[in-house]
Ligand binder design. Structure first.
Ligand SMILES: Cc1cc2nc3c(=O)[nH]c(=O)nc-3n(C[C@H](O)[C@H](O)[C@H](O)COP(=O)(O)OP(=O)(O)OC[C@H]3O[C@@H](n4cnc5c(N)ncnc54)[C@H](O)[C@@H]3O)c2cc1C
Length: 363
């Protein structure tokens, strides 16, 4: 039988692992150095903690920005890096990072992409964000068929007794979407959350309550305790046993569990790449931000060095120095002079802005 061909690798000068605020600013600083970056992030959108953990909360300590939300900061960073046209490879985790004999690195992702890079900058923060798992005995053997962490195509849930777990905007909106499906509607939709209060936008909650009132969906306050399977050879999931906030237990017929409990970060693969670590953080030198493997740099929350502070501002500084170090590594020849974005025609060219004409002297 023919075996699947490995994917054609993408060759690049710099690969940034992590599209949090520091990874995004890393792209900017590399761009100023004339280096175009490939970016990989486990999340489907850029922004890291700013988007996942506090998108609509205010930040007050970004220099020269009196206040902005996490989302606004990410939007500004994305606008700022536009001239450098990075390629985002989102929704996939970098699983393998290995040096290549003779120089460079071989990088693989969970979606099967492969990069051959001359340098790597790890901006992995507190780790790759992954769906928070449902921890119930025996449930994992139903993964992909009756236990789902992503909303499948509507047809896959048609006629099924669907239990949606979660209480945030995504979970509530998903329950609504299933209840409103024209064709391929599930036979029953139940949203279960451990608290009676749902954390969603007012208009989403209003729609949810109206569908609940009409019986199009149900809401349960409680948690799943155990699962019930039938006697078929596949041992199909047929129900869950739940405990309500009133401490009573009841059986809920269920043949599809959609887990939308949010995301949690996992350092995961980064710890397996053979790089020196201290208390689960990458050790770097605070001049070049290089790890214990030459050519692999690290910046932001993922690193540790004397005096390190887990602040966005500090990550921006680290990314700036790392970009200088990457540039020095990739270019042979004498060290480049420091250029100012205010006055350098070369930086203006890289930024795609016009160099203002020299002002003429008035005598
Ligand atoms: C509630 C809260 C409020 C905060 N408020 C402030 C504040 O006011 N001011 C301030 O300066 N800081 C604040 N911080 C801290 C700030 O958010 C972090 O310092 C900052 O997000 C670090 O940025 P980063 O890019 O290093 O990492 P992150 O934002 O964590 O981004 C890392 C990215 O890397 C990805 N990743 C990791 N591993 C992999 C892998 N193997 N493959 C692919 N992708 C991977 C992750 O999915 C993630 O998107 C706050 C933090 C929290 C939790």
């Amino acid at each position: 039988m023919p075996t699947a061909e490995p994917p054609d690798p993408i060759h690049c000068d710099a690969l940034v692992i992590g599209a949090g605020p520091v990874g995004l600013f890393q792209v900017f600083q590399l761009g100023l150095q004339g280096i175009t970056a490939q970016v990989v992030d486990a999340l489907p959108v850029p922004g890291g903690q700013c988007i996942e953990l506090y998108a609509d909360k205010p930040i007050y300590d970004i220099p020269a920005v009196q206040v902005c939300t996490g989302r606004e900061l990410v939007d500004r960073l994305l606008t700022q890096i536009k001239p450098f046209a990075p390629t985002f490879n989102l929704g996939q985790t970098v699983t393998t990072l290995a040096p290549i004999e003779g120089g460079g690195f071989d990088v693989l992702t969970s979606k099967g992409m492969r990069f051959i890079c001359r340098s790597v900058i790890i901006a992995g923060g507190v780790g790759a964000f992954a769906p928070r798992a449902l921890k119930v005995d025996g449930i994992d053997r139903h993964l992909g068929r009756q236990l789902l962490y992503q909303t499948p195509a509507a047809a896959d849930l048609a006629g099924r007794q669907v239990l949606v777990l979660g209480g945030d905007e995504v979970a509530v909106a998903t329950a609504i979407q299933l209840a409103q499906a024209q064709d391929d509607r599930p036979a029953r939709i139940t949203l279960m959350h451990r608290r009676a209060t749902l954390n969603a936008e007012p208009h989403t909650l209003a729609r949810f309550q109206s569908l609940q009132g009409s019986g199009a969906l149900q809401f349960e306050v409680g948690q799943v305790l155990s699962i019930e399977e039938d006697n078929s050879p596949e041992r199909r999931l047929v129900a869950v046993q739940m405990i309500g906030d009133d401490n009573t237990q009841r059986r809920l017929p269920t043949d599809a569990v959609l887990v939308l409990l949010g995301l949690s970060p996992k350092l995961g693969p980064i710890a397996l790449w053979g790089l020196a670590m201290e208390r689960r953080q990458l050790q770097v030198d605070p001049v070049h931000f290089e790890t214990s493997t030459p050519g692999i740099y690290a910046v932001g929350d993922v690193i540790s060095y004397p005096g390190k502070k887990k602040l966005i501002l500090c990550g921006f500084h680290e990314a700036t120095l790392a970009a200088f170090a990457v540039a020095a590594r990739l270019r042979s020849g004498p060290p480049q002079p420091l250029l100012y974005t205010t006055t350098s025609a070369l930086l203006h060219q890289r930024l795609g802005v016009l160099t203002p004409p020299r002002s003429s002297t008035v005598s």
